[in-house]
Design a protein around this ligand. Structure first.
Ligand code: UDP
Length: 369
C-alpha cells in the first residue's frame, strides 16, 4: 500500500513526490506519457536541449522556490528578451524604450510617456477586457501591431472577449530594459529540464505510459491518498461538461546552419502569419554544448496555437467567463473528494507559471504532512 499515488510526473507531481518521500512516505508516481517532466520535458537533438512542449524559461521572485529548484539544477544566466516581428518590422519586447523608439521615433522617457498618455485617453473608466486593458497600458499603436494579432492567434478569441489580466503579465517600462520578466531570479537549468525533474524524482518509483483514468479502481485501491495533476474535468468524467483548453502544435526542424534568427524567441505578431512564434532552442544555452563548444546546427520550432480537442495535449486553461465559471463548479466537486488532492495547471485549471506550480506543490505537501 502506498501512502501517496501521484498522477502526473510534471513539476507539481515531482515536487510533491520528492517532499513526501523525504518525509518517509511511500510514493508511486504514474505518468500517462512515455516520459517524465510533463510539459517542461526537454530532449537532446544534435547537442541542443529542445523544449518539446514549448519554451520554458524559469523565473521567480520567490526566494524559497529559487533555492528549492537550485537543489536539483544549476541555472544558467539566460534572460528572456523576445523580439516581435510585425510584417518584417522588428520590435523589442517587452514594451520598453527600444520598442517605443522604433514605433514612434521618441527618444526620451518623457516623450514616450506623452505618446502613451495621448493614446490611452480613448479608454474611459476601468478596462473591461483585454483590448481596453492593452490600449490603456500602451496605446493603440502598440496594441494593433504587437498585441492584437498575437493574442487572437494564441487564444483563438477576440481581444474584446478575453479578460484584462492576461496582458498584465507583460511589463511596460520607460527604460531600456529588454528583460521580459520582472523577476529577481531567472535562468534555464543546465543539462535541460528533464534532468532536473529526474533528480527531483531520484529514488522514487515512477511508472510512465500508464493512464490512471483507464484503471482507476485498481490504482485507487493501491494508495491511501491520491494527488491528481491531470485535467480536473476528465477526473469527473466531464459530468458538468468539458472545460476548454488551448493546445499548441509544434513544427520542429533541424537546420544545417548555425544561426536561424539570432534569438531564442521571435513572436510573429501580425494576424496573417499562421504561427505565433518561432523558438530557436540553442539560444537558451548561448549556442553552445555542455563543453562550451559552438554548435554547427540549429533546431527551430514553429508554434501554432489551436483549440484543444480530445487526443491533443492541453496547455492553457481558457480564462474567459464561461470556463472560469465551469472551473469553479469543478473545484467545488474536487473539494468534496476527501482522498484526492488536485494540483497544477490542469488539476486546478489555472494559468500557472512554473514557479507558482512549485510554490503551490510545496504548500500543499506541507499542509498534508
Ligand atoms: N502578448 C502579446 N504580444 C506578444 C507577447 C505576448 O500580445 O508579443 C500577450 C498575449 O496576450 C499573451 C500574453 O501576452 O497571451 C502572455 O504571453 P506570453 O508569451 O508571456 O505567454 P506564455 O505563452 O509564454 O505563457
Amino acid at each position: 500500500m502506498y501512502d501517496y499515488l501521484i498522477v502526473g510526473a510534471g513539476l507539481y507531481g515531482a515536487v510533491f513526490a520528492r517532499e513526501a518521500a523525504d518525509a518517509g512516505k511511500k510514493v508511486l508516481v504514474l505518468e500517462k506519457r512515455p516520459h517524465i517532466a510533463g510539459n517542461v520535458y526537454t530532449e537532446k537533438i544534435e547537442g541542443i536541449h529542445v523544449h518539446r512542449y514549448g519554451a520554458h524559461i524559469f523565473h521567480t521572485n520567490d526566494r524559497e522556490v529559487w533555492d528549492y529548484v537550485s537543489r536539483f539544477a544549476v541555472f544558467n544566466r539566460f534572460t528572456n528578451s523576445p523580439v516581435a516581428n510585425y510584417r518584417g518590422e522588428l520590435y523589442s519586447l517587452p514594451f520598453n524604450m527600444y520598442t517605443f523608439n522604433r514605433m514612434w521615433g521618441v527618444v526620451t522617457p518623457e516623450e514616450a510617456a506623452a505618446k502613451i498618455a495621448g493614446q490611452r485617453a480613448e479608454i474611459r473608466g476601468e478596462p473591461k477586457n483585454l483590448e481596453e486593458q492593452a490600449i490603456s497600458l500602451v496605446g493603440r499603436d502598440v496594441y494593433e501591431k504587437l498585441i492584437k494579432g498575437y493574442t487572437e492567434k494564441q487564444w483563438g478569441r477576440d481581444c474584446k472577449e478575453l479578460p484584462a489580466f492576461i496582458i498584465k503579465r507583460l511589463p511596460v517600462r520607460l527604460t531600456f530594459d529588454n528583460n521580459y520578466f520582472n523577476a529577481l531570479f531567472q535562468g534555464i537549468p543546465v543539462g535541460g529540464y528533464t534532468a532536473m525533474v529526474e533528480r527531483m524524482l531520484d529514488g522514487i518509483e515512477v511508472r510512465t505510459g500508464v493512464d490512471y483514468l483507464e484503471q482507476r479502481e485498481k490504482w485507487d485501491a493501491a494508495a491511501e491518498k491520491i494527488v491528481y495533476t491531470g485535467p480536473v474535468d476528465a477526473f469527473f468524467g466531464f459530468r458538468l461538461g468539458a472545460l476548454e483548453y488551448r493546445s499548441v502544435r509544434f513544427e520542429t526542424e533541424l537546420l544545417d546552419m548555425p544561426n536561424f534568427q539570432g534569438n531564442a524567441a521571435v513572436n510573429y505578431t501580425d494576424r496573417e502569419t499562421p504561427w505565433t512564434r518561432i523558438i530557436e532552442h540553442k539560444w537558451f544555452e548561448f549556442g553552445r554544448d555542455e563543453q562550451g563548444n559552438e554548435l554547427p546546427k540549429t533546431v527551430i520550432s514553429r508554434e501554432y496555437s489551436s483549440e484543444w480537442k480530445p487526443g491533443d495535449e492541453p496547455y492553457y486553461p481558457v480564462n474567459d467567463e464561461k470556463n472560469t465559471r465551469l472551473a469553479a463548479r469543478y473545484k467545488a466537486l474536487a473539494e468534496q473528494e476527501r482522498r484526492v488532492l488536485f494540483g497544477g495547471r490542469l488539476g486546478e485549471y489555472k494559468y500557472y507559471d512554473m514557479d507558482q506550480v512549485i510554490g503551490a506543490a510545496l504548500r500543499a505537501v506541507r499542509d498534508e504532512l
